[in-house]
Write a protein that binds this ligand. Structure first.
Ligand code: PLP
Length: 400
């Protein structure tokens, strides 16, 4: 079927919430993908920071196929080995601590964290929650009530929970907002959907101290930042602090849908039997995929690769002198190239024409979040192509 055909059938068959994406992808291998017309792209977005091991990874494919052919689903009425191994592996990577709940997406991982926070609030007569302006925690009504990004939050308000928003990265504003009535603070270590916006160094340590002083839970939403994306297993590890609750998803499954919520200390003991659940949570196929992702990151030293190739990419972008490019932010293989206002869509399109998939995450920023296996050579091809991409985007912007 032609790309044009598929796109018009997509438009007719689906709700209009995504619009019609510009490209039909048909196959991938490593960091390369192909569209329905056979055009090749370097994938620098990885399904929005998901396909950690790249596409068509042999061990990942084998793990998934073997698990499907052994037992594809058990539900939470029965234990399966893969979910146990995965929870244990996550605990190992988190210093041997934490109690795990497995979900199917980032939003669901945050719903679990929010329910823990509500239990904590009820048990301790606390009444409200704090989150960051421009933050993103998901689209379900609970996760959306924590989401600061106005454009996606407002159409669905008002919300049942009292959530107070503070400017991201401003420790003093947070200190003022978090009183003894606050049950929990929800924050990303770097705001992904806001355009890969990191806070100043030391912010997470200040958040930890503020939550401790007020007796509020600190919930770190690492759905986008964890599983090696920044060069550490978890971004909070760069800051030397541990949250009370941690949420994960995206890169964990390498393309299979899975999320996790980890509670540390007393926060891991808040649920009583029956308080939460999910039919698919702990699914053995998704868990087998996640285990393969974690083992492969270890075996292939991918955290080092992320740091090295990420530095090359960041320095290479920073060295490009172009009127549309204003800077680059982020860490590891998770970067935001800051552009002139309104230029991101044109840069995304010009990059695509040149054979690179990036994402216009904000009107003035493109996000780069490739598979963790990106090579230095592949990163260099993008850096080399960037001046011409920016020229083409500038021409397109002039025409409109
Ligand atoms: N939290 C953060 C920080 C995210 O970046 C995302 C997705 O982009 C989510 C939550 C929601 O995850 P999902 O789309 O898997 O539900």
């Amino acid at each position: 079927m032609s790309a044009q055909d598929l796109r018009s059938r997509y438009e007719a068959a689906f709700m209009p919430n995504y619009g019609v994406p510009p490209v039909v992808l048909t196959a991938g291998h490593g960091c390369v993908v192909w569209d329905a017309d056979g055009k090749e792209y370097l994938d620098l977005i990885a399904g929005i920071a998901v396909t950690s091991l790249g596409h068509a990874h042999e061990q990942l494919g084998a793990a998934v196929a073997n698990q499907v052919m052994s037992i594809a689903h058990t539900s939470n009425l029965f234990v399966n080995e893969q979910e146990v191994l995965l929870a244990e592996k996550l605990r190992e990577l988190l210093g041997g601590e934490g109690r795990v709940f497995l979900a199917n997406s980032g939003t669901e991982a945050n719903e679990c964290a929010l329910k823990l926070a509500i239990k904590y609030a009820k048990a301790n007569d606390r009444t409200y929650f704090v989150a960051a302006e421009n933050g993103f925690h998901g689209r379900s009504m609970g996760a959306l009530s924590l989401t600061g990004k106005q454009s996606i939050r407002e159409p669905f308000g008002p919300f049942a929970l009292d959530v107070r928003f503070v400017p991201y990265g401003d420790a003093e504003a947070l200190r003022e907002a978090v009183t003894g009535d606050c049950a929990a603070v929800f924050l990303e270590p770097t705001q992904g959907e806001a355009g890969v916006v990191p806070p100043a160094d030391g912010y997470f340590a200040a958040v930890r101290e503020i939550c401790d002083a007020a007796g509020a839970l600190f919930v770190a939403d690492e759905i986008q930042s964890a599983i090696g994306r920044t060069g550490a297993w978890f971004a909070h590890q760069h800051e030397g602090v541990r949250p009370d609750v941690l949420t994960l998803a995206k890169g964990l499954g390498g393309g299979l849908p899975i999320g996790a919520c980890v509670g540390f200390g007393a926060a891991g003991e808040l649920f009583a039997k029956g308080d939460h659940g999910s039919t698919f949570g702990g699914n053995p196929v998704a868990a087998a995929a996640a285990l393969t992702v974690l083992w492969t990151i270890e075996k292939d030293d991918l955290l080092d690769n992320v740091t090295q190739v990420g530095t090359l990419l960041r320095d290479g972008i920073a060295a490009v002198d172009h009127p549309l490019l204003q800077g680059v932010r982020g860490r590891g293989l998770w970067l935001g190239a800051v552009l002139a206002p309104g230029a991101a869509g044109a840069v995304e399109a010009a990059a695509r024409d040149a054979g690179f998939l990036v994402n216009a995450v904000q009107p003035d920023a493109i996000r780069i979040a490739p598979p963790l296996i990106l090579t230095a050579q592949q990163a260099q091809t993008f850096v080399d192509a960037l001046p011409a991409i920016l020229d083409a985007a500038a021409d397109a912007l002039k025409e409109h």
